[in-house]
Design a protein around this ligand. Sequence first.
Ligand code: UDP
Length: 358
Amino acid sequence: MKKIITIVGARPQFVKAATLSRQFAILGVNEKIIHTGQHFDANMSDVFFDEMEIPKPAYNLDIHGVGHGAMTGRMLEGIERILLSEKPDRVVVYGDTNSTLAGALAASKLHVPVVHVEAGLRSFNMQMPEEINRILTDRISNLLLCPTDTAIQNLKNEGFDNFDVKIVKNGDVMHDAALFYADKAELKSDILSQLKLDKFVLSTIHRQENTDNPENLKGIVNALNEINKEISVVVPIHPRTRNILKSQNIIPHFRLIDPVGYFDMILLLKNCELVLTDSGGVQKEAFFFGKQCITMREQTEWIELVEHGFNVLTGSDTQKIIDAFHAGLSRKSDFSLNLYGKGEAARIAAEEIVKLDI
Ligand code: UDP
């Protein structure tokens, strides 16, 4: 039986890891989870473990609230210590956070094979901490599990065919999650009645390029304030964004709510009129649940959504966001296109991880 260490730390990683944990259990794999502690509030962390029935982390490093360098460094040290005592057969990391890079780096230096789930994604914006984390993690991984053809092509363009690494297109594990939990969410979530929601648009804002640049944040908030005059805007607000709005004295006139759990989020996605976001995952979830999306960034890693007209990039420009909102409300799209697999991404991933021959 293979021993696998899974490393997670941030909200999107809990959603992704949930799908693989279920497959590992089916395959009889001994999985132990390290939670780095990057996201620690109950509604940013525990709720995902509870709702999605993710095995309780065997370790919690409790590292948060420090800068990128200190965070990555402390994680590297903590993860290395655990890997030395656990001696796993593989380490699995997800996405593009500091936890991803620290996990991959600790494992590769100890010659433990590294698996990167959601490999090959690129924004081509090296100002983004996530872009740096992705590129470096891909380069030191042994198995790259790619969600899309674009991701595979990105790796080829960077010369990955010349490296000793296995590259597999498995599809998108977040699509698996959306399919698997959608019915459960309907049964468990009462967010619509709780918030007395009728017609609304859903928005999330947390990307550093928006939160850490007051002009960008003001541009977005002004747009959402205007849109809110036409249709109610609901924003489950990331704790960091809430703090910055306060410290910068930027006043939203729309509805801010605390971050919600995954089930509530599914209900909000299913029932909103349209999505405005700077999140990576939420862009795809808008598509999964048949909603037009406006991405308040200059680039996206999920370029196929833009190419097929499901998603429009606006950056943080107030007028561009408002115009895209009006255009999006009247646009009709066929969301049946298969861009992210058939809900088997996690099964394919788990099987590839187990049979990896190193
Ligand atoms: N999410 C959630 N509650 C919220 C906001 C987001 O459950 O209040 C979920 C969302 O549905 C998606 C994941 O968190 O599955 C995305 O995380 P986030 O937007 O923080 O990160 P990104 O995808 O940009 O890396």
